[in-house]
Design a protein around this ligand. Sequence first.
Ligand SMILES: Nc1nc2c(c(=O)[nH]1)N[C@H]1C(S)=C(S)[C@@H](COP(=O)(O)OP(=O)(O)OC[C@H]3O[C@@H](n4cnc5c(=O)[nH]c(N)nc54)[C@H](O)[C@@H]3O)O[C@H]1N2
Ligand SMILES: Nc1nc2c(c(=O)[nH]1)N[C@H]1C(S)=C(S)[C@@H](COP(=O)(O)OP(=O)(O)OC[C@H]3O[C@@H](n4cnc5c(=O)[nH]c(N)nc54)[C@H](O)[C@@H]3O)O[C@H]1N2
Ligand code: SF4
Ligand SMILES: [Mo]
Length: 713
Amino acid sequence: MIEDNEGQMTVYVQRILRGVAELIEQENGVFKAVCPLDCPDTCGLLLHKEKGKIVKVTGNPDHPITQGAICNKVRNMTERVYHPDRILYPMRRIGAKGEGQFERISWDEAISEITSRLKQCIRDYGSESILPYSFYGNMGILSVDGMDRRFFNALGASRLKQSICNSAGTAGWRYTMGFNGGTSPEDTINADVIIVWGGNIISTNMHQVVLAEQARKRGAKVIVIDVHRNRTAQWADWFIPLYPGTDAALALGMMHVMFRDDLVNEQFMKHYTIGHEELRKQVESYTPERVSRITGVTIEDIEKLAVMYGRADTSYIHIGNGLQHHDNGGMNVRSITCLPALTGQWLRRGGGASRSNGGYAQMNSAKLERPQLRPNPKARTINMNRIAEALEWEDNPVKALFVYCSNPVVVAPDADRVKRGFSREDVFTVVHDLFVTDTAKYADIVLPATSSFESTDLFSSYWHHYIQLQEPVIPAQGESKSNMELFSLLGRAMGMDEASFSQSEEDMIKEALHYPSNPYLNGVTLETLKEHQFVKLDMTPQQTFLEHLPTRSGKIELYSSAMMEAGLPPLPEYVPLQEGYDGERRPGVNDHFPLMFISPPNHNFLNSTFANVEKLQKIEKAPTLQIHPNDAAARGIEDHDDVIVFNQRGRYELKAVVTDKMLPGTVISQGLWWEKDGKKQRANVLTPDRLADMGEGATFFSTTVEVRKTAVE
Ligand SMILES: Nc1nc2c(c(=O)[nH]1)N[C@H]1C(S)=C(S)[C@@H](COP(=O)(O)OP(=O)(O)OC[C@H]3O[C@@H](n4cnc5c(=O)[nH]c(N)nc54)[C@H](O)[C@@H]3O)O[C@H]1N2
Ligand SMILES: Nc1nc2c(c(=O)[nH]1)N[C@H]1C(S)=C(S)[C@@H](COP(=O)(O)OP(=O)(O)OC[C@H]3O[C@@H](n4cnc5c(=O)[nH]c(N)nc54)[C@H](O)[C@@H]3O)O[C@H]1N2
Ligand code: SF4
Ligand SMILES: [Mo]
């Protein structure tokens, strides 16, 4: 270690150690914790310790929303925390990039090599040649929106546009509603009709299922609109399959029927929206006949859905991520987001819609990230979806990559090209992770990261309204360091602003929570968090939410002049996919790749996290391709056949599962797998790095492929 060698222990390190000691020194007991994963539920956990080790992870029954239930992944979290493959000390690459051969080095050596290489990059190519690449592998605010940001700001590095998850939908929602928040989860138990639209909540938001079950006991109906009969569709009352990327057309078809049959609330629209007359005109052409042709949903089902939705006393729409990962992802969300305004659902408790509730928990990011440390406020921004392309630039090249809390070689689109970029010998690459992931194999220096149970952090949820604090329950494994420690250490080693890089976790948490511009944070303090563990945001301002929407007009914008100015259609509209088919535009004989390929998450991994945990891997078995019997028969493919899925970007080898869970023409492969035994197991070799219509979002699911049996290759 650099700073905490004998005799050199700084006040900062002492302070951390003193705090840590209290909990981690207790050998036995049950300790409160927070699930750190990128999952809306942000469950309260209990860690059961025996002889200093966590032996069991359970749900904390006191958590007001998650109430003691947790998923199978996190019940197996000890397998990850104590996994024999965990990186325990810094390492330097000794083989070729990608081979995964490393030798142990000390923290001193690692820090001095990193600082000297970064300084060299700045000297030779300018500070923008350094690119941080991170996402939310750990949702802790200090881990991913804190000291790390300060470090890259002070360095003057290129910025990263973090648009791999839901930024298309965020933009589409915001054009309509302004504020990045919607219906509160607890309220959804009051709904009579619940539509889960492009979300697989049994796997990805399990406590919303519990709440929907409560509504169902009162007689509510649950409808799932999706491109395949996923786990959630199997549980729902009604499953409506459709062609990928045609959701906006379906929403417009529903609106057509609702205006036609006078199922709209004129009073509400007049008072709280702008553009309802323009919208009424716009939807005239979206007749059930036309919408049926586009979406593959029958005319009867479109009529029935619109009437059920339009007549419901209280209806709630859960907008998932699936329909956002498309060329038209922003418009899909934008169009669906208009629906609750037609019937005035926002005035009903539990009515409305939600996609993300992250806006309610907005913290003081300027204090956390310190943009004023940046020597080059106009530094360029690189889109994380375009990492493959960015690594090919010859002008102003990227010369150093610093990856943490993300596994881009697996999760980023156009993966073969990403891999080529990561193979470049002249790009100095550092990866900080708990494991030698497929990305870490390309690192020059690999650094060991603590698990979230080994550090202090602050957690909010992008679904429920409770803020939670994590304090370390076990010591850092091996020589691992938290993100916060790592970037403080690096900042000080680079000679950066001492005050910014020697703050304690507690001081940063206080700064994050002190944010008068967000009234919802009122009353959430470090002290209340230490006392209560779960502290609810002050939701009072939500009651008058409609009166001060931060849109341009202050109202719900069914017509958006801001979109018009951005070169987007100002009204909801169906825009066909750039790469894809709908019911009107089926592949012709000259289309080489006639099937649409959808690769959503699976049940037992969290993105690519857990894909190396044997117990969970065993449940998921191996990557599969779900293919419709008609499509399989046309290619001589039978159940369990080894198949190759390919397109102009790459190929993916997996096992066929012949099933009618989707409409013909769509194939599904769930889960983000690591490469194993040289097998090409990465869905993203097939996915495009095009950007969505809004928010520069990802378009993973707007891709076409062909499939053939491995044997006939
Ligand atoms: N178990 C588990 N939980 C997770 C994750 C995980 O990997 N595993 N990942 C976490 C993360 S980061 C996120 S963002 C969320 C995502 O969770 P969700 O919001 O549930 O989104 P996805 O699972 O990406 O996709 C949901 C569904 O959308 C469908 N879909 C694809 N294209 C379309 C379309 O055009 N229209 C419609 N209507 N449906 C479509 C997919 O088939 C899939 O069934 O889950 C989080 N939770
Ligand atoms: N084809 C396809 N691709 C997708 C998706 C899809 O549905 N289909 N989903 C997309 C979505 S929605 C998302 S959000 C992204 C997710 O992509 P990523 O955010 O890259 O998610 P993970 O694969 O879980 O990688 C997180 C990594 O962070 C590491 N980590 C965990 N805690 C810490 C820590 O405290 N410090 C450090 N340094 N590292 C830590 C974990 O070990 C893990 O390797 O993937 C996207 N890619
Ligand atoms: S992954 Fe989601 S459901 Fe599972 S424990 Fe974590 S927050 Fe809860
Ligand atoms: Mo995500």
